[in-house]
Design a protein. Structure first.
Lengths: 140, 132
């Protein structure tokens, strides 16, 4: 038999394994600790984006050590509603800290971050040895 | 000691609402906090990725407050981990007759929308002075 394995369940298993690569420290994969984060693998950089609506750049702290990127800060409620009655509370408020393991060598000195419309973008340049190499075939 | 906030996934909205927005991709129901006082009601709406000019707020004839946000945020290709998806936002709330739909103010800062709706003058509580 050519297809001995169930292709779809095999793909699902692979997908989970991929997600697991970036799983938060000390947590099982698939957990969604605040903030929600996406990771992209470019040729030169790993790009991490996080949804942090209402935050400003001075309230977010970003550190990189031992191959892990940590985003932390505090989501505070609106300042002008302190004396009002809470009718509905869905937004995530309070202290947060999230670590992502980056499974590639990173040039730590060149990490940059920006903040636009409540979305944090951290760009982590790959170190030379982690960048993809193109090998040319010599004609003989 | 920091406490971790769990974040549930973004709620994708039904096709009817998505059609209303003439949008073919994904649309999401944003997280909202609502605060109320004797004078006004304040909505805090998470709209990450939305530019200032891309929010519409309207009150229709049935006194429904409708908040729409067009998300023009672009993410890179080659995804490795996806915890959130990018799409437009839609959320609607029924207002009581006590609120003045002509007096709605809103501001959007860093992807957080704040909408304030004030009560009509006759709906505000009155303080009655007791005469000696």
């Amino acid at each position: 038999m050519l297809w001995d394995v169930d292709v779809w369940s095999e793909m699902e298993r692979l997908r989970r394994e991929m997600n697991g690569l970036f799983s938060d420290y000390g947590r099982t994969s698939g957990s969604t600790i605040y903030p929600l984060t996406n990771v992209y693998d470019g040729r030169e950089n790993i790009v991490v984006t996080a949804e942090l609506p209402g935050m400003t750049k001075d309230k977010v702290s970003i550190t990189f050590s031992d191959g892990a990127l940590t985003i932390s800060g505090k989501q505070e409620p609106l300042a002008n509603v302190k004396k009002m009655t809470v009718i509905r509370q869905e937004r995530a408020l309070g202290d947060f800290e999230k670590s992502l393991r980056i499974p590639m060598k990173i040039d730590q000195g060149k990490i940059t971050a920006s903040f636009t419309n409540g979305i944090l973008t951290v760009t982590l340049p790959k170190s030379e040895e982690a960048k993809p190499k193109t090998i040319t075939i010599e004609a003989r | 000691m920091t406490t971790e906030i769990e974040k549930r996934e973004k709620q994708e909205i039904g096709t009817t609402a998505a059609e209303q927005m003439n949008y073919s991709g994904s649309a999401f129901s944003p997280d909202v906090d609502i605060y109320s006082s004797d004078e006004e009601v304040v909505f805090a709406v998470d709209l990450p990725g939305v530019n200032k000019g891309d929010v519409t707020i309207e009150v229709d004839e049935t006194n429904t407050l409708i908040i729409k946000g067009k998300n023009s945020h672009k993410e890179p290709d080659n995804t490795m981990l996806t915890q959130y998806h990018v799409g437009d936002y839609y959320r609607a709330f029924q207002l009581s007759d006590d609120y003045d739909k002509e007096k709605i103010t809103a501001k959007l800062e860093n992807g957080l929308l704040e909408v304030t709706v004030v009560k009509k003058e006759e709906a505000k509580p009155k303080k009655i002075e007791i005469k000696a």
